[in-house]
Design a protein around this ligand. Structure first.
Ligand code: ADP
Ligand code: ADP
Ligand code: MG
Length: 642
């Protein structure tokens, strides 16, 4: 076994790898960018090496600097995590040329699977069913249109170099083909530097089912399947294992196909074979097709660990250090059911746009496995994937594991950025999902209902007022009723309410001209006689009420507001260099905290820029299509005349 390894990554996956290293007594070297000096992964590692600026190209993608750091610190191997350099064959070769071990497959195996078209040809040869379509070299638009006709609509245009759901367009009508092709090619050129595409039959009622494989370079085993059908923008939101409706017979056929795929390329380490499945008539042996192989540890690997009891990072370290495969196929079994939810800083109603912010509050419940790279007080920066945490639950049955996921999410507390937390909770309560009826269109189909179910309700806002008044803290509560006026106005950024203390454990809150009776006993709250499963939490950015349909209120502090009016959060600045994609407000328009002001395209992603406080738009300083620097003022707000 290695004594010391370098982890060429950041965030939750770097932390997760360090966890296993610590358990196995392997020393760890972290690497970090300017934006990550104080990051959790740096504090967990035994040593850390600075790489450069916050943009990945200046730090986490600098292969040579990473190899130099490994050499300088005496690391024997490099673990790439996922993303960044994990699927870059040139990096693998450079690591090996420096006399170090790359914890992952060979450069040859990565190359064989790197482009989706070449991968499909390899799989066809290995006798693995592939999605019907065209994956040839001829990129002439007329030829591709002809191929689409032959395949039959609807079709899916895919970037051969694609990843993360980018460079993909569904086309239902031949007249839209030329435009969709042009836009897929241009997105692929920008994101991957390669405009080539392939055309696939669009599978109806598609389910995404993938098989975890593990190889030693010759032989491979599979660790069963994961269902990742709950997706938005072709990206995974909640994953589970095993797949609902899977039978031992179909599992055997899919598992064997995945093992064939891995062995065909002499695969070493952890990998994933992704299949697209036609779920219109349940799962059938002749209705699944190879989509792509991810030649790395996958984001959602914990659900497989939960049902198999295996630590996949431990397996990676053991096989990379020369040990044989730790288990034979017949020794692997499934126990129970597991779910993973991806908690993101993102603006769900704005189309899941990534968001940023300082996490004024971050707390997770006991009883769920939490994978995170941030702590309370840390910042979600615009430079990297805005994932805050993965919440993983395991239970004896699917129903039990799903209820555990729901309650773990309800008990999660995060404030300081918009997040998808309440959206995730709404998903765990979705009837179809609960019944195991999943397909990749579920979220898009029911988006409006899911978003509405995640919106704050009046009772939670009433409790937030109680929190702002200082009544949520049992210590302060007794005194507060004694010396504070019985009737007072509580104001926050965006509104105000009248609070009357009626007696011990009783108050009336008038909000939006609506009186609500509140009663409390210890930490239990009743609003209008209904017991609420909410928690009122005070933090340094205000008050939050958690428990689904989260409410955040920022107190209106006269001094702070004067300071803000003089500058501060009155100005919305560009967090990074980028292109102003759209501006959503005009001069004179009133806005509320959290409203979307503009959308910035940077780091190949779109970012929503939201109002840091209430106000009136005084100036719009940027125009659509304009290139802006980091720190450029985009929108100025002024105080609402009251
Ligand atoms: P998974 O199936 O494991 O979720 P994804 O394709 O969603 O895999 O990507 C996992 C991670 O890798 C994400 O954090 C994503 O940002 C990153 N990633 C995916 N594709 C690329 C790429 N082509 N270049 C850089 N990062 C990528
Ligand atoms: P990426 O590299 O971006 O992960 P994939 O080829 O894995 O690209 O596809 C991403 C997602 O797009 C899948 O999980 C699935 O939801 C959808 N998808 C891909 N191919 C098809 C298809 N032929 N028919 C229907 N949906 C598809
Ligand atoms: Mg994929």
């Amino acid at each position: 076994m290695f004594q010391k390894i370098l982890i060429a990554n950041r965030g939750e996956i770097a932390c997760r790898i360090i966890d296993t290293c610590q358990r196995m007594g392997v020393s760890t070297i972290a690497v970090f960018s300017d934006a990550d000096r104080a990051a959790r992964h740096v504090s967990m590692a035994d040593e850390a090496v600075h790489l450069g600026g916050p943009a990945p190209a200046d730090s986490y993608l600098r292969g040579e600097a990473i190899i130099a750091a490994a050499a300088a610190t005496g690391a024997q191997a490099i673990h790439p995590g996922y993303g960044f350099l994990s699927e870059n064959p040139d990096f693998v070769e450079a690591v090996e040329a420096a006399g170090l071990v790359f914890i992952g497959p060979s450069s040859r195996a990565i190359r064989a699977m790197g482009l989706k078209d070449a991968a499909k040809r390899v799989m066809e040869e290995a006798g693995v069913p592939v999605v019907p379509g065209y994956h040839g070299a001829n990129q002439d638009p007329g030829h591709l249109a002809q191929q689409a006709e032959r395949i039959g609509y609807p079709v899916l245009i895919k970037a051969v170099a694609g990843g993360g759901g980018k460079g993909m367009r569904r086309v239902d009508d031949p007249k839209d083909f030329a435009d969709a092709l042009a836009s897929a090619r241009s997105e692929a050129r920008t994101a991957f530097g390669n405009p080539d595409v392939l055309i696939e039959k669009y599978v109806l009622q598609p389910r995404h089912i993938e098989v975890q494989v593990f190889g030693d370079g010759h032989r491979a085993v599979h660790l069963f399947e994961r269902d990742c059908s709950l997706q938005r923008r072709h990206q995974k939101v909640i994953e589970e294992a095993p797949a609902p409706g899977m039978t031992p017979e179909i599992r055997k056929v899919m598992g064997a196909a995945a093992v064939r795929a891995a062995e065909a390329i002499g695969y070493a380490g952890a990998g994933t074979i992704e299949f697209i499945v036609d779920g219109s008539e349940g799962l059938r042996e002749d209705r699944f097709w190879f989509m792509e192989m991810n030649t790395r540890l996958q984001v959602e690997h914990p659900v497989t660990e939960a049902i198999t009891g295996i630590d996949l990072v431990e397996w990676q370290l053991r096989v990379a250090s020369g040990e044989p495969l730790p288990a034979r196929q017949d020794a692997l079994t499934i126990s129970g059911h597991a779910f993973e939810a991806r908690l993101y800083a993102e603006d769900v109603p704005a189309g899941f746009l990534p968001a940023t912010g300082r996490l004024a509050r971050l707390a997770f419940p006991q009883g769920a496995r939490i994978e995170t790279g941030v702590r309370q007080g840390d910042t979600i920066s615009p430079y990297y994937d805005p994932m805050i945490a993965k919440i993983v639950t395991h239970g004896p049955t699917r129903a039990v594991a799903l209820r555990a996921l729901e309650s773990a999410l309800v008990d999660t507390e995060v404030a300081g950025s918009v997040t998808n937390l309440d959206f995730l909770i709404a998903l765990t309560r979705h009837d179809g999902f609960r019944a195991g009826q999943v397909d990749t269109g579920l979220i898009a189909r029911d988006l409006d209902d899911l978003v509405a179910a995640a919106e704050p309700d009046p009772a939670a806002r009433v409790l937030a007022v109680i929190g702002l008044a200082g009544l949520a803290d049992p210590q302060a509560r007794g005194g507060a009723t004694l010396w504070q006026p019985l009737r007072r106005t509580i104001a926050w950024d965006g509104g105000q309410a009248v609070l009357e203390v009626l007696g011990p454990g009783r108050a009336r809150v008038s909000l939006d001209n609506q009186p609500h009776e509140v009663r409390w006993q210890g930490d239990r709250w009743w609003v209008d006689d209904a017991l609420r499963r909410n928690r009122i939490v005070t933090h340094d950015a205000g008050v939050s009420v958690f428990g689904g349909r989260t409410v955040h209120l920022v107190p209106r502090d006269p001094l702070a507001r004067d300071a803000a009016a003089a500058g501060g959060d009155a100005l919305t600045l560009s967090p990074m260099p980028g292109l102003v994609k759209s501006v959503h407000v005009s001069v004179g328009q009133p806005v509320r905290t959290g409203d979307r002001l503009a959308v910035l395209e940077a780091m190949k992603m779109e970012h929503a820029l939201t109002a840091a406080r209430d106000g009136i738009v005084a100036e719009v300083l940027a125009a659509e299509g304009q290139q802006v620097e980091a720190g450029a003022a985009l929108i100025r707000l002024e105080e609402e005349a009251s």
